[in-house]
Design a protein around this ligand. Sequence first.
Ligand SMILES: Nc1ncnc2c1ncn2[C@@H]1O[C@H](COP(=O)(O)OP(=O)(O)OP(=O)(O)O)[C@@H](O)[C@H]1O
Length: 266
Amino acid sequence: MSPTRKNVVEASGFKVENAVSTRKISKNYGPVEALRNLSLDFPKGQLTSLLGPSGCGKTTLLKIIAGLLEPTSGEVEVNGRAVTGPGPDRAFVFQDFALLPWASVLRNVAFGLELRGVAKSEREAVAEKYIRDVGLAGFEKNYPHELSGGMRQRVGLARALAVDSEVLLMDEPFSAVDEQTRRKFQEDLLNLVQTENKTFIFVTHSIEEAVYVSDQIAILLPRPSRVSEIIRPAGFRSKGAENIRRDLEYLDIVDRIWASLRTYVE
Ligand SMILES: Nc1ncnc2c1ncn2[C@@H]1O[C@H](COP(=O)(O)OP(=O)(O)OP(=O)(O)O)[C@@H](O)[C@H]1O
């Protein structure tokens, strides 16, 4: 038994509370069977990555959890309640930022609260806090077109954090930024997971990124998509963000995931 497999078995002995559970989700787009019987639990306060080859249904699953898309069959539960549509308990950070181009950073970050009818002074105070937390202090009055891709991505993240949803759904949030910015974001994300006590569901194409940021990684295999394996990196979480990438368990898990996914790369 490899060390990582042993961790999976050991981890399965812990009792964890789940914020989100999908039960036998299937999704067909006409003749395309995108997901089949997919059941997966997302532990509360932890970050779970969905990792798998292109087209294996990661975005579809995320949208179903968000309530933006109906499954063909099966059910999603958030804190034990069935999902029937979008709700304030879940916030989506879109791949393409989805910012309002005519609104300042401050208004964009406060926008979710504005939709909920929160008073202006209150929502702006909350927005200012999260603008600081994501490293954008001083840019409150700027407009999205005046920001770099990485900064726009941070605005999207601050907006999702500001609405204080328990579950944050992130669809390849770091795909559009350069490597250095991406590493900084990954470190920031690790801090957020520790300090915010929210449940993060994170779609990524990057094996290294998934292993670096995740408490749990669900490997999805395509056509139709199903969960092939669940990995829970354990040993290196407490060793500090800067030590993870040279940790032996980290390197071993990255290698093992690559070995199982390489045959699916076209
Ligand atoms: N609106 C749609 N209509 C028809 N087919 C769709 C639609 N959306 C997705 N699909 C198909 O469903 C499958 C899963 O797509 P999905 O976008 O969920 O995968 P993904 O894993 O997120 O892909 P990627 O990693 O490339 O973003 C693919 O075969 C895709 O072509």
